[in-house]
Design a protein around this ligand. Structure first.
Ligand code: ZN
Length: 151
């Protein structure tokens, strides 16, 4: 019974990831981003760029461009969907929760993660964890750039 359920769950997760890979959300770039950052994962050849439009302490808009494997591209799409409209504090907290899941923290608030939970299967392939976290680390770079600009 449990085995069957796990297989179904894996299937569902795979569907979510493939859907983001095939139909990426928020792909492209912004004309006048508040902050931009680029990141790469040389181990796999993945490259990601993230553009943020930050207004009143919230992610008003976000776009990404990505080259590389399906996990890195799907993860970037999922990341943009997860952070759009959120306050910067919420984005930070989500990033911490996501990292916790990917690196096997003891307590992870899965409910906060929503569809991002689908990426937890990547943990079985440690070398791919960097693919899944690339967009988030790049996002972090953009947020740092934004804060420097503010200060
Ligand atoms: Zn990759």
């Amino acid at each position: 019974m449990t085995v069957h359920r796990d297989i179904e769950l894996d299937e569902l997760y795979r569907e979510i990831i493939l859907d983001h890979y095939r139909n990426p959300r928020n792909r492209g770039s912004l004309d006048q981003p508040s902050a931009t950052s680029e990141g790469d994962n040389p181990l796999c050849g993945d490259e990601v760029r993230v553009d943020l439009d930050i207004r009143d302490g919230r992610v008003f808009d976000v776009r990404f461009l990505a080259k590389g494997c399906s996990i890195s591209q799907a993860s970037a799409s999922m990341m943009t969907e997860a952070i759009k409209g959120r306050s910067l504090a919420e984005v930070e907290s989500l990033f911490e929760t996501f990292k916790g899941m990917m690196y096997g923290a003891d307590e992870v608030d899965m409910e906060a993660l929503g569809d991002l939970e689908a990426l937890q299967g990547v943990r079985k392939f440690p070398v791919r964890v960097k693919c899944a976290t690339l967009a988030w680390n790049t996002l972090q770079g953009a947020l740092e750039e934004f804060r420097k600009g503010q200060g």
